[in-house]
Design a protein around this ligand. Structure first.
Ligand SMILES: [Cu+2]
Length: 168
């Protein structure tokens, strides 16, 4: 059977398009370092956060330029974050641990790739680097009740030399 030259060309073009599409999707998923939030944060008893490291949530220095931040997302505020901003120094690697004692909330630091759900009984773990001083808004992006639209907070990345661990 003879295949027409144009038929061959168009088949080749179609195959190239398919391979190109798969390649761009694969790159988009893996190339820019996108990391899904997994279950590495573990589980927790949502009814007794007082007995856990979430009893006194906030910023803890755990190493040279390394910080941990425990955040409780509850109706309708982030502790810390809403009544007082979360403060971390620039040039640091920060791991957030987020959980909820009541309903499902969201935790997104706008302008960064930190974006997760806060689920009762689960601890979400997200690590991010802050190289420059900046101010970020934190929003709850899961509808969590009548005050959902007011549920927001703030993260302040302060210059390294202005950071005092007391003020966190
Ligand atoms: Cu919420």
């Amino acid at each position: 059977m003879e295949i027409h030259r144009y038929e061959k060309i168009w088949t080749a073009v179609a195959l190239l398009l398919i391979v190109g599409l798969i390649a761009t999707v694969t790159y988009g998923a893996l190339g820019p370092g996108v990391k899904m939030v997994d279950d590495s944060g573990g589980t927790i008893d949502a009814d007794s956060l007082g007995d856990t490291e979430f009893a006194d949530p906030g910023v803890t220095k755990v190493g040279e330029d390394q910080y941990e931040v425990h955040v409780v997302a509850r109706q309708f505020l982030f502790q810390p974050g809403t009544t007082s901003p979360i403060r971390v120094p620039a040039n640091s690697e920060v791991t957030f641990y987020i959980t909820s004692p009541d309903v499902v909330h969201g935790f997104e630091i706008a302008g960064t790739n930190v974006n997760t759900m806060a689920i009762p009984g689960q601890v979400a773990e997200v690590t991010v680097r802050f190289d420059e001083p900046a101010e970020y808004g934190i929003v709850c992006h899961e509808y969590c009740g009548a005050g959902h639209h007011t549920m927001a907070g703030q993260l302040v990345v302060v210059p390294e030399d202005e950071y005092d661990t007391e003020g966190s």
